[in-house]
Ligand binder design. Structure first.
Ligand code: ATP
Ligand code: MG
Length: 428
């Protein structure tokens, strides 16, 4: 045998003992989005590279260092999507969703994203993001709605150690004023900064504040704060957003240094962090913000938007750190044991009947003895066990054993499904 092939670095398999957790999270996402009336959108996994250069921004880490870009056989430059917003906005423009009578258009997506990163816990090269976008409104109430949807997903799964951090990046006018101040601040000593920052100074000085290499340079701490450059309108908008968040009873802290890694944000920016112990360096669970102007940048009409994205990987980490158990929904209902070959057909029929009645059921397919089958039922966490042998076949009935209590009850083969349903309805 040759060398075994392994999954590429930064990727992983979701194995069967973990997949119920994913399904439970995905079910929660679907349910929550139904309550909030965000409809699912599914866009391609790859797009024209230019979409991300324009939509995410030429100076971002994502575009400069992290994209999986390749030429297809027709010599087009394509990129595996590193995030969802650019694709959603492209689709919004291409399919003229701005023409729908009901605005804003409220969308959600879940799916794999790809970034060439240094893999570590909570930082993968292929990871799954859930995100929402509300496009076509600049009402501060929708900012609060989007934030609360993210918070509610975490809370509904049982997370408690959450911290919402918000900031305002202001409108274009405020940002230009701030940008000029930043250039004046950094320009005289820019040669002390990394190459990336030297490029950023010209293209997007705000990015310098987000630099992971130069974060301890003394000029960082004294850099002009955006908060001091917000014009009246931007301040008023931020005040309203905060008011709506308070209305929802959500606690938050304002962090004037929160800038976020993507170029397209303005006004509201937010992150949700985990304060769970043992989380390590990466504590951001979710990031989002407002992107007025992005739809126009991608060729559409004026349609202000806001959204967030979170990865399921970091959500799972947070659940683990807070010791919250989820994913019991795939537990086995009934394990049916055939004592010998002659009982197998009857066992097979009962399994079929249970499944037809919406009760999960399983049996042995490897010819094991009673004891081994019993162990198997235990391992699978079966709620009930039925053993069928000669006597049972002769009487047309079997003992239905409830594993949690050890209680037994004789039931006719034909009544097993009905009896279990009856017991379940009594429990509820
Ligand atoms: P970070 O600063 O941690 O690199 P980011 O600013 O690149 O995050 P966004 O692009 O805003 O992150 O993505 C939103 C969310 O997606 C993050 O808050 C995080 O939950 C998740 N995320 C981002 N990159 C990865 C990754 N490589 N692996 C797993 N999850 C990720
Ligand atoms: Mg990143």
């Amino acid at each position: 045998m040759g060398n075994n092939i392994q999954a590429p670095r930064g990727t992983y398999d979701v194995l069967p003992d973990q997949s119920a957790k994913w399904q439970e999270i995905e079910a929660k996402i679907i349910e929550l989005c139904r309550l909030y009336q965000y409809k699912e959108i599914r866009t391609p996994i790859f797009e024209h590279t230019e979409l991300f250069q324009r939509g995410v921004g030429d100076t971002t880490d994502i575009v400069t260092k992290e994209m999986y870009t390749f030429k297809d056989r027709g010599d087009r430059s394509l990129t595996l999507r590193p995030e969802g917003t650019a694709s959603v906005v492209r689709s919004f423009v291409e399919n003229k969703l701005f023409g729908l009578p009901d605005q804003p258009v409220k969308l959600f997506y879940t799916g794999p994203m790809f970034r060439y990163e240094r893999p570590q816990a909570g930082r993968m090269r292929q990871f799954v993001q859930f995100g929402v976008e509300a496009i076509g409104s600049k009402d501060p109430a929708i900012d609060a709605e989007v934030i609360s949807l993210a918070m509610e997903l975490y809370a509904s799964l049982g997370l408690k150690r959450l911290r919402l951090v918000i900031n305002s990046l202001g409108d274009t006018e405020s940002r230009i004023a701030h940008k000029e101040a930043l250039v004046a601040h950094f320009a005289p000593r820019i040669n002390e900064f990394c190459n990336d920052c030297q490029t950023r100074l010209e293209k997007n000085p705000l990015r310098i504040l987000d630099c992971k290499v130069d974060r301890d340079h003394p000029l960082m701490a004294t850099a002009p704060s955006l908060a001091d450059y917000l014009n009246e309108e931007s301040q008023a908008y931020f005040t309203e957003v905060k008011g709506y968040i308070e209305e929802l009873g959500i606690d938050y802290v304002v962090d004037p240094n929160l800038v976020r890694g993507l170029d397209y944000y303005n006004h509201t920016a937010f992150e949700i962090m985990s304060d769970a112990e043992g989380f390590g360096a990466i504590t951001t669970l979710c990031g989002g913000g407002r992107y007025n102007g992005l739809v126009e940048d991608l060729g559409g009409p004026e349609a202000p938007g806001i959204g967030f994205a979170m990865s399921i990987e970091r959500l799972l980490l947070a659940l683990q750190m807070e010791e919250v158990e989820i994913g019991s929904s795939d537990a086995l209902g009934v394990y049916v044991i055939a004592m010998d070959e002659s009982a197998k057909k009857q066992a097979f029929r009962i399994v079929k009947d249970l499944r037809a009645n919406g009760i999960s059921a399983d049996m042995d397919y490897t010819g094991r003895k009673l004891k081994a089958q019993m162990k198997s039922a235990d391992r699978k966490g079966a709620e009930y066990v039925i053993v069928i042998g000669e006597t049972e076949l002769a009487n047309g009935k079997a003992a239905l054993k409830e594993m949690a209590t050890g209680g037994q009850q004789e039931v006719l083969f034909a009544d097993i499904a009905a009896e279990i349903k009856n017991k379940k309805s009594l429990e509820e």
